[in-house]
Design a protein around this ligand. Structure first.
Ligand SMILES: [Zn+2]
Length: 489
């Protein structure tokens, strides 16, 4: 996930409270009408939370159980995720690795037997990192492990050496404005929550440049550091000089801060070759679908983003979301569930530094006259740890219709449906056109330990938790594609 939905992250810590309050109505586990047949078309007289004369949850309870069993009795998808991340680890937009990953996904989806698989062309920004380093040179020489932020400018072929001015906040930056000209600003902002702390990553270069800084080092946005830097997108307004910005470890940011507080500020050297190429690059969204058995024109979208940063393996961001939603589609096909509506998997490109895949998908469905037929868009991009429920943005009436579906996950664990969603950047363009959207809520305790760093690798993920994520996505995708009533918006 990137910074386009920061505001919604401000309430990250509120999730646990919200889901307790917003959990769906308690529907008794008994009372399943074993005789309830799947009825079709004109026989249906249902509305909202019913299926014919049967409660919607009761109608789908047994199918949900079967899906949960099928999803959790195998690590097949985890094995695919492992292969994917081992062979295609640095999937940065514009890279050959990303396009190879996309081609591999297409071939594999075809070998799964998915009836329709295609690529959609998308032009994406082409930023490359190049060589880079940072070191402290006084009071003694020390390497500073670093990562240039995505989109940063370079140091114009020179090594920039300057004293550091270490601040903990934008307020402190303003107060020490007279110290900044010609120097390197270091943000040692504490990690409070991702939404707040990431403001320094996104706006830190511009804010420092306003006061005459020549470069910026950022304490990595993470609650738990083991000496490694975390990258992520940054942004220039174009209204002040564009200066290079790189992330360093929280440990080194705090070291530099201590020297600053002793009135013995460290001097550092920064060298970066990062470059945004003038020409954009050709990339692709991957689209695969199972046509609906009765209303193929109506569509439920599920997916994740296939691009990543150029470090680690992008295993949780977002290869995990790709494989979880892909496996949901494959399971529905393998189990021959034949949903009434089309279920469409979209593996978006360029989420991390442009969201051009999400925008291109929206443009295409508008052009094709398909937008109004989108029932729901569901993205998984906030880690693939133990699933806790679903985050939803859309009309209240639609929310009420989805509540009983969350309740059907109870054989695995009680799962919530709550208002607001995380990890839904690629479907933001659809949401702004009115399409109801959903994200998968997972236990995010560890997510930001690894996020956008060399430590985001497959070994951090648990095959059983991934299987549970698959169960949660499959149940929601199948029922929203099969339920008698359209989700209103
Ligand atoms: Zn992501």
């Amino acid at each position: 996930m990137n910074h386009d939905r920061l505001f919604s992250l401000f309430t990250l810590s509120g999730i646990l409270f919200c889901y307790l309050i917003l959990a769906g109505p308690a529907i008794a586990d008994g009372g399943l009408d074993e005789q309830a047949e799947i009825k079709t078309g004109d026989e249906l007289t249902s509305s909202n939370n019913t299926y014919g004369t049967v409660d919607l949850a009761d109608h789908y309870r047994e199918t949900a159980r079967e899906i949960i069993t099928a999803a959790t009795q195998t690590h097949r998808a985890f094995d695919r995720l492992t292969y994917f991340t081992d062979y295609f680890p640095h999937r940065l937009s514009g890279s050959e690795m990303l396009e190879n990953a996309i081609d591999w996904a297409v071939t594999e989806l075809e070998s799964d037997g998915i009836p329709e698989v295609r690529k959609q062309e998308v032009m994406v920004p082409h930023w490359v990192r190049g060589n880079e380093f940072a070191k402290m040179v006084t009071p003694y020489e020390k390497e500073l492990p670093m990562l240039g932020l995505g989109g940063t400018v370079n140091t114009a072929g020179e090594e920039l050496t300057a004293r550091t001015v270490v601040v903990e906040s934008f307020d402190e930056l303003e107060k020490r404005s007279n110290e900044i000209p010609g120097n390197i600003v270091v943000y040692n902002q504490p990690f409070t929550d991702y939404g707040r702390s990431v403001q320094y990553r996104v706006y830190g270069a511009d804010r420092a440049a306003e006061h005459g800084a020549i470069g910026v080092l950022l304490r990595s946005v993470t609650p738990n550091s083991m000496g490694h830097p975390h990258t992520g997108g940054t942004r220039y307004s174009g209204e002040v000089p564009e200066i290079p910005i790189a992330a360093i470890s929280a440990e080194d940011a705090r070291l530099l801060h201590r020297f600053d507080r002793r009135d013995d500020p460290a001097t550092v050297t920064l060298y970066m070759e990062a470059e945004l190429k003038e020409e954009s690059a050709l990339s692709h969204n991957v689209i695969a679908e199972i046509p609906g058995s009765e209303r193929p024109e109506e569509i439920v979208v599920i997916g994740g983003h296939i691009d990543s940063w150029d470090v680690g393996q992008g295993a949780m961001d977002d290869a995990g979301g790709v494989i979880v939603t892909w496996e949901a589609l494959r399971l529905i096909y393998e189990m021959d569930l034949q949903p009434k509506r089309t279920i469409r998997l979209v593996l978006w490109t360029n989420e991390e530094n442009g969201v051009m895949g999400g925008r291109a998908y929206r443009d295409k469905v508008i052009e094709n006259g398909e937008l109004e037929n989108h029932q729901l868009a569901f993205e998984v991009d906030f880690g693939v740890f133990q699933p806790l429920g679903y985050g939803f943005q859309g009309p209240e009436e639609t929310y009420r219709m989805l509540e009983p579906i969350a309740e059907l996950m109870s054989p695995l664990r009680d799962m919530h449906l709550r208002e607001g969603s995380y990890g839904t950047v690629d479907i933001g363009p659809l949401q702004r056109e009115g399409v109801p959207i959903m994200g998968l809520d997972v236990d995010t305790e560890e997510y930001f330990w690894y996020h956008h760093s060399a430590k985001d690798t497959i070994d951090k993920l648990d095959p059983d938790e991934i299987a549970e994520c698959i169960a949660a996505v499959t149940v929601m995708a199948f029922i929203t594609a099969d339920m008698p009533d359209r989700l209103p918006w």
